[in-house]
Write a protein that binds this ligand. Structure first.
Ligand code: PLP
Length: 380
């Protein structure tokens, strides 16, 4: 099998499992317990927090562990908006992940917030000028993703954060797809909140983290025993936190080489597909996109049928966001980019990972040519 769906999830890295193993077995203590086992777990949790803080360039106390990217996004969007005395207005974009969009919808539906969904251009980009034009004295939060999960477009978050900072509006960025490949320095980005998720970079599913700048008030989403400084109650996932820290450290230590390698493979895939299937359309920003992301529409086919044909040839990829799987609606991201629904239905996304090989890319290009031809023959 050739796995080109790394944006959906990645396998657990051996080194990560090894780092986690003691806390899943002998050192199984509850980090809140006041005995040696508990203290050992609390120490591991503290070390994981420091390691993540070093990569984000923040204080360890500003890192909150969550159950993943979805919870980190929920805590950032709902938590910051609800705790803010500024008012009841939030700003986001129309191409965010559902974890952000649905959190905003909750604020609108249940909490009387007004939500401004900024449109994007044909490449999936939003600009700092657009944000500037909609910020108001009662805006409590601006949330713009660092990179899009479906089309890979990288957003100008640092520029946007300059605009929000000028007006004192907290800025959140969903960095779930960016972690391990883009610079996550929160000072450089200028954000007050940033979400990451373990399973996109070789840590297990069910662990994530939210950076929250010290002085930003936040209303907890999860209520209970007051763990994570009261920001996120629930017995801490010590092994998960250790795994997330290890995975992030490994990814960061080789980031430059990995990014170069991924870009080369991605460009070979994009070039190969466009040459083999002349009607194919690359979606997202051709220049400023995630290094492992190659997303296309294949007009005249059906995305699902192409996926099936590829899977029969041993290639696993996706039609877009795995999180919207099961829905046969065209992607909200592609529609927001102005792509017609019948074209958006033909989307196929390839996301490369560290295990992807050059010869696999060649095989995929060949298979894409055959698969799209086979589907066209059926559709005709
Ligand atoms: N945000 C983005 C951009 C994502 O791609 C995903 C998952 O695909 C999430 C958030 C949700 O993360 P998790 O699967 O850890 O809940």
């Amino acid at each position: 099998m050739i796995y080109l769906d790394s944006a959906a999830t990645t396998p657990l890295r051996r080194e990560v499992l090894e780092a986690m193993w003691p806390y899943l077995t002998g050192e199984f203590g509850n980090a809140s317990s006041h005995h040696t086992l508990g203290e050992s777990a609390a120490r591991a949790l503290a070390e994981a927090r420091v390691a993540i803080a070093e990569i984000l360039g923040c204080r360890a106390s500003e890192v909150t562990f969550t159950s993943g990217g979805t919870e980190a996004d929920n805590l950032a969007v709902k938590g910051i908006a609800l705790a803010s005395p500024r008012g009841r207005h939030v700003v986001t974009t129309s191409i965010e992940h559902e974890a952000v969009l649905e959190s905003c919808e909750y604020l609108r539906r249940q909490q009387g917030f007004e939500v401004t969904y900024l449109p994007v251009d044909g490449l999936g980009r939003v600009s700092a000028e657009q944000v500037k034009a909609v910020l108001r004295p009662d805006t409590t939060l601006c949330s713009v993703m660092l990179a899009n999960n479906e089309v890979g477009t990288i957003e100008p978050v640092a520029e946007i954060a300059q605009v929000t900072a000028f007006l004192g509006v907290p800025m959140h960025t969903d960095a779930v797809q960016a972690a391990g490949v883009l610079d996550l320095g929160v000072r450089m980005l200028g954000v007050e909140a940033l979400s990451i998720s373990g399973h996109k970079l070789g840590a297990p599913k069910g662990i994530g983290a939210l950076y929250l700048r010290g002085r930003v008030p936040v209303e907890p989403v999860m209520h209970g025993g007051g763990q994570e400084r009261g920001r996120r109650s629930g017995t801490e996932n010590v092994a998960g936190a250790v795994g997330l820290a290890k995975a992030l450290r490994l990814a960061e230590s080789s980031r430059a080489e990995r990014v170069e390698r991924l870009k080369k493979l991605r460009d070979a895939l994009i070039g190969g597909v466009l040459a083999t299937v002349p009607s194919a359309v690359l979606t997202g920003d051709p220049g400023n996109r995630l290094p492992g992301s190659a997303s296309f529409c294949f007009p005249g086919t059906s995305g699902e049928a192409v996926l099936l044909q590829l899977e029969q040839r041993g290639i696993v990829c996706s039609s877009g966001s795995a999180c919207a799987a099961g829905s046969d609606q065209p992607s909200h991201v592609l529609l927001a980019m102005g792509i017609a629904p019948e074209i958006a239905q033909t989307a196929v996304r390839f996301t490369l990972g560290d295990a992807t090989l050059a010869e696999q890319v060649e095989e995929v290009v060949r298979a894409v040519g055959e698969a799209s031809e086979a589907v066209r023959a059926i559709v005709r």
